[in-house]
Ligand binder design. Sequence first.
Ligand SMILES: NC(=O)C1=CN([C@@H]2O[C@H](COP(=O)(O)OP(=O)(O)OC[C@H]3O[C@@H](n4cnc5c(N)ncnc54)[C@H](OP(=O)(O)O)[C@@H]3O)[C@@H](O)[C@H]2O)C=CC1
Ligand SMILES: C[C@H](CCC(=O)NCC(=O)O)[C@H]1CC[C@H]2[C@@H]3C(=O)C[C@@H]4C[C@H](O)CC[C@]4(C)[C@H]3CC[C@]12C
Length: 280
Amino acid sequence: MACTKYLSNLLFDLAMLKGKRVIITGASSGIGEQMAYQLAKMGSHILITARTEEKLKKVAEKCTELGSASAYYIHGSMDNMTFAKQVVHEAERLFGGLDMLILNHIGYTYFGFFDGDVDHIRKLLEINFLSYATMTVEALPMLKASGGNIVVVSSFAGKVGLPLTVPYSTTKFALDGFFSSLRMEFYHQKVNVSITLCVLSYIDTDTALNTVSRVIQQPAAPKEECAYEIIKGGAMRQREVYYQYEATKIPMLMRDWAPELLEYLVLKNYNVDGLSKNKE
Ligand SMILES: NC(=O)C1=CN([C@@H]2O[C@H](COP(=O)(O)OP(=O)(O)OC[C@H]3O[C@@H](n4cnc5c(N)ncnc54)[C@H](OP(=O)(O)O)[C@@H]3O)[C@@H](O)[C@H]2O)C=CC1
Ligand SMILES: C[C@H](CCC(=O)NCC(=O)O)[C@H]1CC[C@H]2[C@@H]3C(=O)C[C@@H]4C[C@H](O)CC[C@]4(C)[C@H]3CC[C@]12C
């Protein structure tokens, strides 16, 4: 894995994304917004989506200033599968095809002990998982035609069980099951579409800092660098991206060989007394 990362650093060329047609979901803020800016600088055609039209408009305008080949936006909620399909159709109408599908959005969830609300898990699965599967199915003919890339933004919480994120973690584990299995079928069927699953640690987006900074002791990694590493991994057709490497891949090595030690180290990061302050 370290070797793959080293190789992709050597071989990645920003010009690879020039003129590429890209959809980025959840791009009105955070990592998605940063990915839009990076792709704009690389000269891609961009279609961004999220719920808040005003924010999307500003991000798209900045993308144009930064040098995107074109920048469009479409607003709506990913709890609606008709909207998820509509985003893909819009890319087809605007660009006549698609090279990269970046699935990044997440719905709101609480950061706290599981409250027993199974209905919330069902709703979150629709936004964080089923809309990803829906968009993938809809985009596949275009991605097959271009030999394109699917990039799935997941989390360390989608590889390792963590406290305080039961519904969220459930949806991220589902992504791994779906996309890792699909990737295996693509090998069998000789489908030339890459699937990159991104396993992220704590990143300094406003949402993450506001939600967990009182509880999580470790520092957050920069969203700009994170966005760049995700795009690079997708363009280089890496099967997985680990960012930050030390905070994700190294603990992952412990997951199967020393699970109790990993649980101990993870729990040490959490100050649950900070939870009550979060609610104030
Ligand atoms: N930040 C972190 O520490 C980590 C983040 N990640 C992953 O990175 C990705 C981005 O996270 P981050 O940038 O922090 O999150 P943000 O909260 O900054 O961004 C979330 C995006 O999703 C959009 N969104 C929210 N609800 C919906 C909805 N119902 N339908 C459509 N879009 C919606 C938001 O826009 P709007 O509200 O306008 O709809 C926003 O654009 C996620 O997949 C997350 O799981 C993984 C590990 C750590
Ligand atoms: C801090 C978590 C990882 C800590 C850890 O135990 N690392 C291993 C070690 O040190 O040995 C963070 C990993 C994933 C993060 C969460 C996430 O995936 C995004 C969420 C969505 C939203 O933006 C709010 C923040 C998150 C709940 C975020 C919180 C921090 C992590 C749990």
